[in-house]
Design a protein around this ligand. Structure first.
Ligand SMILES: Cc1cc2nc3c(=O)[nH]c(=O)nc-3n(C[C@H](O)[C@H](O)[C@H](O)COP(=O)(O)OP(=O)(O)OC[C@H]3O[C@@H](n4cnc5c(N)ncnc54)[C@H](O)[C@@H]3O)c2cc1C
Length: 329
């Protein structure tokens, strides 16, 4: 198995400054934030972010910090802002952190890389730009660099703090020499998931107050629009107001249509875990037929609809049969 060049690194700021990659989740408009990414007179914003979960909040906060006007669109009511992150345990992956060192845990980027790459088993065209694992393996390398580099300081700078005892999640074989993390790397955030979400919600709400960001709740994206061969915005259904409590299913009754235009569209719509039909359709062949009974651990809004919508607009979906599902929710 070949590994991407380990000198390859992509910081958040590098990514935003150069547009050399795409944001968390799948992204259609590349984040080239040069002049061409600034909205023309016919656009509603510089960027549209589809999905106001943690990935959408982070992307929006970063865009606003870079001086861009953003529309943050979500099908759910405001009560569900933050998506799955609110329900999560907030365990974060850092490599060679002060917490690990205090506990006498000897970690390094090389050890973490070895754990990740041997566990992932990238084998679908790592060296072929059209291969399914080409970007997957490069993202893995970039994420390892991030987790061993600026990630902790960046979050600490935003006020996030962690329990001093490091947990040993994703151990795979449950033994140190089995698959998964060979040393403890699970840094539990004080305040759990909401503690991770809070600083980004604050940044976005501040940007809303400053007129840089505007929310569009109960706006369900049904399509990505194109003009001249490029993404030009999104269209969809305005859903009736809902008083559904956070995480509970909300009505899908449509009361109108909408269309929004921007030169950048970032899709941060979460996974497919709330859609058992989609999970069954993508079930890995090596595991045989999908089980008749599945347990869902994520809110109903994790419906995976945006995958087919993005694909219809030209996004390339990869590794559909490789899934990770939470059952704890
Ligand atoms: C119980 C539980 C525990 C977890 N614990 C951890 C942990 O300890 N550590 C860790 O790292 N991760 C953990 N996770 C995983 C982590 O929380 C998620 O991976 C992460 O929060 C996903 O964020 P997201 O923004 O990508 O997606 P989501 O939170 O799912 O947000 C996606 C948003 O997109 C919106 N959307 C989707 N389609 C459309 C559309 N067509 N139009 C408009 N809006 C749309 C949805 O309504 C939603 O608000 C846990 C998850 C769960 C459920």
């Amino acid at each position: 198995m070949t590994r991407p060049d380990s000198s390859y690194s992509m910081s958040r700021r590098h990514l935003l400054a150069t547009g050399s990659g795409v944001a968390a989740g799948s992204a259609l408009g590349m984040l080239g934030l040069g002049e061409s990414a600034v909205a023309g007179p016919r656009a509603d914003a510089d960027a549209i972010v589809v999905g106001a979960g943690l990935a959408g909040l982070v992307a929006t906060a970063e865009l606003a910090a870079a001086g861009r006007r953003v529309l943050l669109v979500d099908q759910e009511p405001e009560a569900s802002l933050g998506g799955q992150a609110f329900w999560s345990l907030g365990g974060l992956f850092f490599v060679n952190s002060p917490e690990q060192r205090t506990a006498g845990i000897k970690d390094s980027i090389d050890l973490a890389r070895n754990d990740w790459f041997s566990n992932a088993g990238f084998d679908r065209g790592v060296d072929d730009p059209l291969g399914e694992d080409y970007w997957a393996s490069r993202w893995a390398e970039a994420y390892l660099q991030f987790a061993a580099g600026e990630k902790r300081a960046w979050l600490a700078g935003l006020g996030v703090t962690w329990v001093p005892i490091v947990g040993w999640a994703e151990r795979g074989g449950q033994l140190a020499d089995g698959p998964g993390n060979s040393v403890p790397r699970f840094h539990l955030t004080l305040g759990t998931g909401p503690g991770v979400m809070e600083p980004f919600e604050k940044l976005v709400r501040t940007a809303v107050a400053q007129g840089k960001v505007s929310f569009r709740f109960r706006h369900q994206v049904d399509g990505i629009t194109m003009a001249g061969g490029a993404v030009s915005g999104v269209r969809g259904s305005i859903l009736e107001p809902s008083s559904a409590a956070r995480g509970t299913p909300s009505s899908r009754t449509k009361v109108g249509d909408f269309e929004l235009r921007a030169p950048i569209v970032i899709v941060t719509s979460g996974g497919i875990g709330g859609n058992q039909e989609l999970v069954r359709r993508n079930w890995p062949a090596r595991l045989g037929p999908p089980p008749a009974r599945l347990i869902t651990g994520v809110p109903a809004h994790v419906d995976g609809r945006m995958l087919a919508i993005s694909e219809a607009a030209g996004a390339r979906l990869v590794n559909r049969d490789r899934m990770w599902h939470y059952t704890e929710g």
